[in-house]
Design a protein around this ligand. Structure first.
Ligand SMILES: [Zn+2]
Ligand SMILES: [Zn+2]
Length: 357
């Protein structure tokens, strides 16, 4: 097996036009207050798919933010962490004082620095650099592979908390991709049992039943309501996780009086919102972006508790760096019913010898 030259590592690099390639890139500097983490696993996020398939990412960037790993080096001034510690890296905390933070919405803190998705240096690579102050320890007994689900679980917890859902609610989840599936799992762990999942891909419908959906349907089966009236079997809460305009419109149509709609999936085309229906049924529309003020610790705790069917939420076959582009295509097509985990290795390291960089 050939390791890259000292100071370089293999990474899946976005080269433009929706294409990823495996290349040698410089290992990030550890720097004061930073640690260098050797990645165990990094999940593929819907955001990564958008950045690649819609050609949004800047060529030369390395994507991947849903990672867990082991500290390989610590920078100057880092005293709380040591080489060998198993970690995930939580979000930038909010200021705690602005209007958004006081409303328990630190991910939209008014004083946060602008997000730069374009020059992202992510974890579809062997190493990533992280802020020591943002690290969380992975509990003993929780594998790093499972801990790599921490970020999307934190998102699912935030969406569920924002919605105010209770076990008495009848809930619709549209889109059973990784995020919809995680929301379903978190709902079940919270004792919410009447959850119906609408999903066009057969493999994902089967998986949603295994994860605990009370029923699954295809989107075409969602009825069209009469004007100003709920459908025959309406829902009190809907989580829209597909990002498709037609799914948004249809999910809105399924809500009961005083129902709550949570937008979770981002998408290319905006839906048409029937304002008359919102008014007459007094519906609430919410957007759920990132995390609760408690950050990722509740997600780590939930993963470590064993209350989530993690093996159903993660695709059984890990993907290597050179399989990432293909896995992204299959995810976008709905062929894979769960979160894909990338291991920062290549299929044939020896085959990379003698290659001109
Ligand atoms: Zn993500
Ligand atoms: Zn703030």
């Amino acid at each position: 097996m050939t390791e890259p030259d000292a100071g370089t590592m293999l990474a899946a690099v976005y080269v433009g036009d929706g294409v990823l390639t495996v290349d040698e890139v410089t290992v990030p500097e550890t720097g004061p207050g930073k640690v260098l983490v050797e990645i165990s696993h990094c999940g593929v996020c819907g955001t990564d798919l958008h950045l690649v398939h819609e050609h949004i990412a800047r060529p030369g960037t390395v994507l991947g933010h849903e990672w867990a790993g082991t500290i390989a080096a610590v920078g100057d001034g880092v005293t709380d962490w040591a080489v060998g510690d198993r970690v995930v890296c939580g979000p930038v905390p909010g200021c705690g004082a602005c209007r958004a933070c006081r409303m328990r919405r630190p991910s939209v803190c008014l004083r946060r620095p602008p997000v730069d998705h374009l020059s992202f240096r992510g974890a579809f690579a062997r190493y990533v650099q992280a802020d020591a102050t943002r690290l969380l320890r992975v509990p003993d007994g929780l594998s790093l592979r499972h801990a790599a689900l921490t970020e999307p679980v934190a998102i699912a917890i935030h969406s569920v908390n924002l919605s105010g859902v209770t076990p008495e609610d009848r809930v619709l989840v549209t889109g059973a991709g990784p995020v919809g599936m995680l929301i379903l799992a978190v709902l079940r762990a919270r004792g919410v049992h009447d959850v119906v999942v609408s999903e066009p891909a057969a493999a994902r419908r089967v998986r949603a039943l295994e994860v605990g959906a009370a029923a699954v349907i295809v989107p075409e089966d969602l009825p069209v309501p009469e004007m100003g009236r709920p459908v025959a079997a309406p829902f009190s809460v809907a989580f829209e996780c597909s990002g498709h305009a037609s799914a948004c419109e249809s999910a809105l149509d399924q809500l009961d009086f005083a129902g709550t709609f949570v937008f979770v999936g981002t998408g290319h085309l905006p839906p048409r919102v029937n304002h008359n229906r919102l008014i007459i049924l007094e519906l609430s529309l919410l957007g759920a972006y990132n995390y609760d003020p408690e950050g990722w610790q509740p997600a780590l705790d939930l993963l470590a508790s064993g209350a989530l069917p993690v093996e159903l939420l993660i695709h059984s076959e890990d993907v290597l760096l050179d399989g990432l582009g293909d896995a992204m295509d299959r995810l976008a097509a709905g062929d894979i019913p769960a979160k894909v985990m990338v291991r920062p290795e290549v299929l044939d390291p020896a085959g990379r010898e003698g290659r001109t960089p």
